[in-house]
Design a protein around this ligand. Structure first.
Ligand SMILES: [Zn+2]
Length: 344
C-alpha cells in the first residue's frame, strides 16, 4: 500500500491494549456461558463494550485508542482458539488464584483466516481518531505459553507461529490498519532463547509496511537491549513507571521509537500529571521527543475501570504540560512512520 502521511501531535498518547471489561459485560458473559443469551446478543454486547471503552479513551484525551481487547479473555488463548492445530486441556494455575486454559499444539498449525480484522474494522468505525492500535500476541509468547506436543522444538513451533502472525498482520494492513502492536511479554524470560526468539519476531513482521510496535512487559530490559537494532519493529513499548523510572539509561542510543510507559498498572494510585511530565522530561535526555510515544506500562485490564480512566486522564494531562514546552521549541506535530531513524 502507498503510505499516507498521517500527522499526530508530538508525544502521541496511546494505550498498550487491554482495558477493564465493564461490570455489566462480565455479568453478560456469565449469562451467555450459562446459555441465557444467543451468540448474536453476545456479539452485540462486545460491540457495545468496545464503544464504551473507546469513549473512555477519547474522553481521557488519548490520541490512539484500542478496543480494550474486550473480546479476548486471555491473550494467548484468543489466538490459539483461532489457529488450527491447537487443543485445550483443563486450566492450569499461573499465579495466585489466576487460572489459564493452557493450549497444546497437537497437529500442524494452519492459518484459518483473519483473527483480528473484524475487531480492527469495528474499532475503526467507532473511533473518532484517525489512528487506532490493534494488538496481536507474538509468536514467541504463544509458543512459550503452550504445550508443544507436535513440533520437534519450541523454536520450530515459534517459527510456524511467526508465519501465521505475519499473515495476520498483512491482513490487517490490507484492511487499512496503520499501527499494529506485537505483544511479547515472554520474550526476555528465557535469555538463552533470545537469539532465535528475536528472529521469530522478525519473521512475524517481515514485509509489513505499516507501523509495528513491540511491547515487552516488565523484565530485565538489559536482556532485550542488545537486540534493539536487530528487531525490525518501528517502536518498543516498555514499562518504566513501575520501577520508578530508575533504569532509563537502557534506552540510550535506541535507534527506534520508544513507547514510554508512564503509568503503573499494578498500583491503584492515580498518578499526578506533574510526575508524568517529570518522567517524560527525564527520558528526553536519552530519546528525542520526535521519537517518543506515551503509554501506560502495560494493559490496564486488572484495574477498576474508573481508576484506569483516571490514570489515562492523568497521563494525557502530564503530556500536555510537556507539549507546551516542546511547542516553544517548534515541535508540535510528528508523522506516523513505519521507520524513523531515532539514534543521534
Ligand atoms: Zn505488558
Amino acid at each position: 500500500m502507498v503510505w499516507r502521511e498521517v500527522m499526530l501531535p508530538a508525544l502521541p498518547t496511546t494505550v498498550i491494549g487491554s482495558y477493564p471489561r465493564p461490570k455489566w459485560l462480565r455479568e453478560f458473559i456469565k449469562g451467555f456461558r450459562a446459555g441465557r443469551f444467543k451468540e448474536r446478543h453476545m456479539r452485540e454486547a462486545f460491540d457495545d463494550a468496545v464503544v464504551a471503552v473507546v469513549r473512555d479513551h477519547e474522553e481521557a484525551g488519548v490520541d490512539i485508542p484500542s478496543d480494550g481487547e474486550m473480546r479476548r479473555d486471555e491473550m494467548v488463548e484468543y489466538f490459539a482458539e483461532r489457529i488450527e492445530g491447537f487443543r485445550f486441556y483443563g486450566p492450569v494455575r499461573v499465579w495466585g488464584n489466576h487460572y489459564f486454559r493452557k493450549p497444546a499444539v497437537v497437529a500442524p498449525l494452519k492459518y484459518r483466516g483473519p483473527m483480528t480484522v473484524d475487531e480492527y474494522l469495528f474499532l475503526r468505525r467507532v473511533a473518532r481518531a484517525e489512528v487506532v492500535k490493534v494488538t496481536i500476541t507474538g509468536p514467541y509468547t504463544i509458543a512459550d505459553w503452550s504445550f508443544n506436543e507436535y513440533y520437534d522444538s519450541k523454536e520450530e513451533l515459534a517459527f510456524e507461529l511467526a508465519k501465521i502472525v505475519n499473515r495476520e498482520i498483512k491482513e490487517l494492513e490490507k484492511a487499512g490498519a496503520l499501527y499494529v502492536q506485537v505483544d511479547e511479554p515472554a520474550l526476555t524470560t528465557h535469555p538463552e532463547e533470545m537469539e532465535w526468539a528475536v528472529q521469530a519476531v522478525n519473521k512475524a513482521v517481515e514485509g509489513v509496511g505499516i507501523k509495528v510496535g513491540l511491547h515487552v512487559c516488565y523484565s530485565d530490559y538489559r536482556v532485550l537491549r542488545p537486540y534493539f537494532d536487530e528487531l525490525r519493529v518501528s517502536q518498543f513499548a516498555l514499562e518504566f513507571a513501575n520501577r520508578g523510572f530508575r533504569d532509563l539509561r537502557v534506552v540510550k542510543g535506541l535507534s527506534k521509537e520508544l513507547g514510554f510507559g508512564v503509568i503503573d498498572v499494578h498500583s491503584r494510585r492515580v498518578e499526578e500529571p506533574a510526575e508524568v511530565a517529570r518522567a517524560i522530561r527525564k527520558v528526553m535526555r536519552y530519546v528525542r521527543p520526535e521519537c517518543l510515544y506515551i503509554n501506560p506500562d502495560c494493559g490496564l485490564k486488572l484495574l477498576p475501570r474508573h481508576i484506569a480512566k483516571a490514570k489515562l486522564k492523568a497521563m494525557v494531562e502530564g503530556v500536555r504540560i510537556v507539549r507546551k514546552e516542546l511547542a516553544r521549541k517548534g515541535i508540535e506535530r510528528i508523522p506516523l512512520r513505519r521507520d524513523l531513524v531515532c539514534s543521534e
